[in-house]
Structure formats: C-alpha cells, structure tokens
Ligand binder design. Structure first.
Ligand code: MRU
Length: 352
C-alpha cells in the first residue's frame, strides 16, 4: 500500500470557490508563486503561457475556466448555457492544440450542460470537480499497474514532467515511478532535462525531491549513452494524445528516446489516463504539433545565449509510432504492444 501523504506532496491546480489557483510553473523551482484566475480569459492565458501545463492539468484548468465563464452569463437552461458559453470554450480550446485532454474536458462540460435543466450551474461545478477527482484516482491506479511491470531494482529514465504538477496529483509516468520506488521495483531514477523549457530540470527533479526520492538529472543528449551503460531497463513517459492506432504524441525528444530504447533492447512504457486517448484521430500524422516561440531556444533564464539574427525551429511535441511502445498503461489496464485492434478492444470506437 502506497503512502500517498509521503509520495504526493504538490498540487498545481486548486479550486478556491471564487477563483482558480495555479502554482506558477514558469518560476519553479526557486519561487513557489500562486496565480489566482478569476475569469476565463485569465485561465486561457495561463494555459497558453505554461503557468499550468501537462495534458491532464490543462484539461482540469479548462473545466474550471468554463465554471468561471458561467459566472458571467444568465441562462435558464443547460442547453441555453451551452450556447452562451461556446465562445469561452473556443477561447480555452485555442490555448494549446496538441494535448487532447483540453478538448476532452471541454466536450465533457458541454455534454453535461446539454443534459442539464435549471440546475445546470451547480452541476457544471460538480462536473469540473469530478474531472479533477477522477484524474487523481486514475493516476493512483496507473501507478500500481505500471510499477508491476518493472523488474525489482530497475533503473528508469523519464522525460518532461508528468507528476503532480502535470495532473490532479501523483502523476502518470511519475506516478508509476513513485509507486515503483515505494515498492522497491525502481532502483534508480534518471530524468532528462527536457530542452528547451526544462520541465525535467526545473520541475521533475524538484517534485521528486519533495518526496525524498533521489533522482539524477541528465542532459537530453546523454540518454543513449546512459542506456548503453546498462543503467536503465525502462523508459517511462506520459502522453499528450494517443491516436486510434496507438501512436503517441508527447514532449519533443520522446521519439528519440523510444528509438534509442529499442536499439538497446530496453522497454518503453507510456502512461496516460483514458482522457488522453483520442479514438477520433486515426494516426499520429493527423495530430497538430504545437510550435512555440523560437525565443524559447535562443535564451536561458532570460539571458540570450545565441547570436542575434539566428533563427530557430521549436516544435514542442513529437510522435512516437505505436510499434516502439512496449506497454501502454491507462486506468483501464495495460495494453502490451498497442495497435489498432488492441486500442479498439480497450477504448471502443471513441474514448468519450
Ligand atoms: O508542454 P508541456 O509541459 O505541457 O508538455 C507536457 C508533456 O509533454 C507531458 O509529458 C504530458 O502532457 C503528460 S503529463 C501527465
């Protein structure tokens, strides 16, 4: 039994009744600053600017954004409110394109409204809370499922930040690592720094430090050498969108890790709640990959590191083909070697 008080100490998204409180991930780890969002525009901006980030967390924040938007409208029925809230939902949807959890959460809020009568306001708030609570439950379930695949004493490598900061709590890939450490299955944790935004360096190793889990940071470019040295048996990552054929969009660099893992005979695990599964998108080639400001690559901590006049290309996600995934862990169970048939059997025609 995992002691969640010990292995889950951080909360990124908290509903305060009149505002959404977000732990500002732009200034971690040296500052723990909270941002209070009192309207939907502030939530959309926080998602776009990475105050809140990580696929499940942005879905949860968007759901609360709809609750805040609802405070500005007067509608007699849920269906009327759904129509009135459409512009707010579109603004939230535009904030970030790749993680499907955002669209999924908005679709769930819209569907709730369409099924509600005069009590729609109360039910909308309950739905946002349910989206958040269910994510934590899913993460805890995935933690045990994923950890059970790891041979005792194994070294693991993770990428980006998939922990409590990226979810309602506990995390996806980081939840598996937490559960694995608690059960003695994970012997050593390595985290890639995750250029250019440094989710691994600024967030993951800080988050693990809060739990007292020792982790070693590596430069992203050290991953293949680490594997060659026999220091890891599993690469464990999260996902932003998993398509109907099992392809996985995740933080840029994930694809390279999957190729290197296969070359070295290591296992590659993807951990994500079913809210990240998009059965309406056939393959990874159909996913919109977010391009962010090239400036993220041209400076470090506000200090320019690249000569003036240099241009950069900054896609922030990539697609790992299903064929490179050994295990897909969701709260519904473990899918070994995901493919179209396995995905359909586990998630049906649509994930919703
Ligand atoms: O750009 P980010 O920081 O939002 O990207 C986050 C990731 O790629 C995560 O791996 C993914 O969202 C899963 S988080 C549980």
């Amino acid at each position: 039994m995992i002691d969640y008080d010990r292995y889950d100490r951080v909360r990124a998204v908290s509903w305060r009744g009149d505002a959404l409180e977000l732990l500002d991930q732009r200034v971690l780890p040296f500052e723990q600053r909270y941002l209070s969002c009192r309207d939907v525009d502030a939530v959309a901006e926080a998602i776009r600017d990475l105050v809140v980030r990580g696929a499940p967390a942005i879905g949860i924040a968007a759901a609360w954004g709809v609750v805040l938007a609802a405070r500005q409208i007067q509608s007699a029925s849920g269906a009327e409110a759904a129509a009135a809230l459409q512009p707010a939902m579109e603004a939230l949807h535009r904030a970030r394109p790749t993680a499907v959890n955002l669209a999924w959460a908005l679709a769930r809020m819209r569907s709730l409204l369409e099924r509600s009568g005069t009590d729609w306001r109360m039910r909308l708030e309950e739905e946002a809370a349910a989206i958040q609570d269910e994510d934590l439950v899913a993460n805890r379930a995935m933690g045990s499922l994923g950890a059970s695949l790891i041979e005792p004493g194994s070294g693991v490598l993770t990428h980006c930040n998939t922990g409590s900061l990226a979810t309602a709590g506990f995390g996806t890939a980081l939840g598996v690592i937490r559960a694995g450490v608690a059960e003695g299955r994970v012997g050593e944790v390595f985290a890639g720094e995750t250029r250019p935004w440094l989710q691994g360096a600024r967030l993951t190793v800080w988050e693990l430090l809060q739990d007292g889990i020792p982790a070693k940071l590596i430069a992203d470019s050290a991953a293949a050498h680490l594997m060659d040295q026999g220091k890891v048996r599993w690469v464990v990552v999260g996902a932003d969108r998993i398509t109907a054929n099992g392809d996985v969009a995740n933080k840029i660099g994930t694809y390279a890790l999957a190729i290197a893992a296969r070359h070295h005979g290591l296992k590659f695990m993807v951990v994500a709640p079913s809210s990240t599964v998009d059965m309406n998108t056939p393959t990874g080639a159909d996913i919109e990959i977010e391009q962010r400001d090239p400036a993220e690559l041209l400076a470090y901590g506000g200090q320019r590191t690249v000569a003036d006049g240099v241009q950069a290309w900054n896609p922030v996600f990539d697609v790992t083909p299903a064929a490179l995934v050994d295990a897909l862990v969701t709260e519904r169970g473990v899918l070994h070697k995901p493919d179209t048939e396995g995905m359909r059997a586990m998630f049906g025609c649509t994930a919703a």
